[in-house]
Design a protein around this ligand. Structure first.
Ligand SMILES: Nc1ncnc2c1ncn2[C@@H]1O[C@H](COP(=O)(O)OP(=O)(O)OP(=O)(O)O)[C@@H](O)[C@H]1O
Length: 339
């Protein structure tokens, strides 16, 4: 007797470590992501090795509930080939696939890759809402995390940057998860190759025009040559420590804001150390307005808070994508007018 496609055994076996990582992520985040239970879960499936491993593991953890989402960027000539590959894999797995067509136009001072990334998240979030998916999972692994930390170091980033990519983040009201962050990317590929699972290689992943690729091609091997094989794992661990410290700073900011009030009071801010006041204001700006400022701008804000002891001291500063200004004892922020 032939089995129908819907109940046939999966065509490829999945490495138990990958399935365990997905199940572990779910155990940690289920109560936040889907407190009333799960109808479906999305996998952002590029057709590359990492998201292929993720897709197989997700199908093992949530049989019949996985929905693959493929973003067709239209940027590369190969985009049609990637989408066709994604469709073939999903057909063999009997997983529904939605292909999202995205044409990202960079804003002024925005790189094409950043524009594509933002457009990708927007499209994935919209698809998750349409298909009632509790979360969208992404295939980033530990080397990707190490690259992110090195990129942050190259910009002189603070703790939020050094914390790398979070295992869970919300975009446009949709949960995005990264269950593979602690796994070795090379081991993911080996597991796929051993199981005979096909994937596509994105040629832009090897172009030296992108900083991230140069990190992967030059810094990562140099790091291993200096500190030993697998030493990048320590960088990913540091990111976890930084993320924990950042959580504490966010908790402190939330507590401080209860005293400082909203809009924030200058008198209450001055009662705190300068670092603690700026920590609270950063948190307020991010949570209330979705904005962030540069290091130099925050230093200026700190100076102005100290200087604003008299009622007549005017504050009107550029901060992030808007203006921070004073009215009486309070600080307000408004976004710059779009021209
Ligand atoms: N075109 C796409 N469609 C859907 N998801 C994508 C796409 N590109 C990237 N992603 C998601 O973002 C994650 C990280 O992106 P990145 O650019 O590092 O991946 P990639 O090298 O193209 O593919 P992979 O990570 O699967 O090997 C992917 O693992 C995947 O989950």
């Amino acid at each position: 007797m032939r089995l129908s496609a819907a109940v046939a055994a999966p065509p490829w076996s999945v490495d138990a470590r990958i399935t365990a990582a997905v199940a572990h992520w779910w155990a940690q985040h289920a109560s936040t992501v889907a407190p009333t239970g799960l109808d479906g879960v999305g996998v952002a499936f590029s057709g590359g090795a990492d998201s292929t491993a993720l897709l197989l593991a997700a199908c093992a953890v949530w049989p019949q509930r996985v929905h693959a989402l493929h973003v067709h960027h239209g940027l590369q000539a190969a985009a049609d080939t990637f989408a066709a590959h994604a469709a073939r894999v999903c057909a063999r797995l009997a997983v529904p696939l939605t292909v999202l067509h995205v044409q990202a136009r960079p804003a002024p001072r925005q790189s094409p890759e950043e524009a594509a990334r933002r457009a990708r998240y927007r499209a994935l979030a919209e698809a998750a809402r349409t298909h009632r998916l509790a979360a969208v999972l992404l295939g980033h692994h530990a080397q990707d995390q190490a690259e992110t930390v090195w990129l942050a170091l190259s910009r002189g980033a603070g703790l939020p940057g050094l914390a790398g990519m979070p295992a869970l983040r919300w975009h446009d009201g949709v949960a995005f998860g990264r269950p593979l962050l602690a796994l070795d990317g090379a081991a993911l590929r080996q597991a796929l190759a051993a199981a005979g699972v096909p994937w596509v290689e994105d040629p832009s992943n090897t172009s030296a025009a992108y900083t991230r690729n140069r990190i992967r091609q030059r810094l990562l091997p140099a790091w291993e040559a200096t500190f030993g094989p697998g030493a990048w794992a320590a960088v990913a661990r540091s990111a976890r420590h930084a993320a924990q410290a950042q959580t504490l700073l966010d908790d402190l900011a939330a507590l401080d804001l209860q005293h400082i009030g909203e809009p924030p009071s200058l008198t209450a801010l001055r009662a705190l150390s300068s670092a603690r006041a700026i920590n609270a204001l950063r948190h307020w700006l991010r949570m209330r307005h979705g904005a962030s400022g540069s290091d130099a701008q925050w230093q200026e804000v700190a100076r102005q808070i100290t200087a604003a002891r008299t009622r007549g001291h005017r504050i009107e500063l550029r901060l992030g994508q808007g203006t921070l200004w004073r009215a009486g004892d309070y600080l307000h922020w408004k976004p710059a007018a779009v021209t």
